[in-house]
Design a protein around this ligand. Structure first.
Ligand SMILES: Nc1ncnc2c1ncn2[C@@H]1O[C@H](COP(=O)(O)OP(=O)(O)OP(=O)(O)O)[C@@H](O)[C@H]1O
Ligand SMILES: [Mg+2]
Length: 255
């Protein structure tokens, strides 16, 4: 018996859309509770597809996915998704946007208000409850989107290039905040990014994917202390890890 049972398990997973080409093939993967796993790979290799399979938004075409022993559909209440675009409703305030998924899940108003307040405090947006999305910066909108996901108290957080549209300073700042939040909430993360630096900073594991069909080409354990701060980026082990992952990514992109 392994010491911990995996929270997410892929067995020989394949995916095609309709009768189109094979998008993902032979994906075997075991994620442990508390893992922060980044997915990186060429555009079109199937990273977003892989997240959508975990979320049960699309069915697999072959093999199986189990989430704590259940199917993705059965486990959907344990999951929250953060998309690349903040996808906020412009006619609702920040608080109402954060409230909405909880409302859709039928949670009681008192509970919802408490969870919304807590999540907005976690992303440092208390005070913006009554603002509208148009009154926020890009980074603030993304914080709202993360807060909205956190109110669902997910066991698994799926993030699809959440910081891709932000400038580097804002992105680095949000990376640090994401880890601070994670220290307080024990979710398992799957994080898609095109930034090697971001992947190394956030993750304990990085999956480098190759394309046509998408496969896991390299499964890298990030050998850095769990505690990461702005200074981590200046350390030699961090920079060596970034160089190594960049090299593996280039080798995948050249084939
Ligand atoms: N709903 C769909 N129907 C048909 N084909 C799709 C669908 N969604 C994605 N695909 C195809 O699947 C492949 C993988 O797409 P996916 O969005 O998963 O890639 P990705 O790795 O996330 O790329 P990017 O880095 O550009 O976001 C692409 O060839 C895409 O055209
Ligand atoms: Mg994508």
């Amino acid at each position: 018996m392994p010491a911990v049972s995996p929270i997410v398990e892929f067995q020989s997973v394949a995916k095609r859309y309709g009768d189109g080409p094979l998008i993902l093939d032979a994906i075997n993967l075991q994620a442990n509770p508390g893992d922060f796993i980044s997915l990186i790979g060429p555009s079109g290799c199937g990273k977003s597809t892989l997240l959508r399979l975990i979320a049960g938004l699309n069915p697999v075409s072959g093999g199986s996915i189990r989430i704590a022993g259940r199917s993705p559909e059965e486990a959907s209440a344990e999951l929250a998704f953060v998309f690349q675009e903040p996808t906020l409703l412009p006619w609702l305030t920040v608080a109402a946007n954060v409230d909405l998924p909880q409302k859709l899940r039928g949670l009681a108003a008192v509970e919802r208000t408490a969870a919304t307040e807590k999540a907005l405090a976690l992303v440092k947006l208390d005070g913006k409850q009554r603002a509208y999305p148009r009154q926020l910066s890009g980074g603030q909108k993304m914080r709202v989107s993360i807060a909205r996901a956190l109110t669902l108290n997910p066991k698994i957080l799926l993030l699809d290039e959440p910081f891709g549209a932000l400038d580097e300073m804002t992105r680095e700042h949000l990376n640090e905040e994401l880890l601070t939040i994670r220290a307080q909430q024990a979710w398992t993360a799957f994080f898609v990014t095109h930034s090697v630096a971001e992947a190394v900073f956030l993750s304990n594991r990085i999956l480098v994917m190759s394309a046509n069909p998408g496969r896991i080409a390299h499964d890298i354990t990030v050998d850095l202390p769990t505690e990461r701060t702005n200074d981590t980026r200046l350390t030699r082990p961090y920079q060596e890890q970034v160089a190594e992952v960049s090299r593996l990514l280039r080798s995948v992109e050249e084939t």
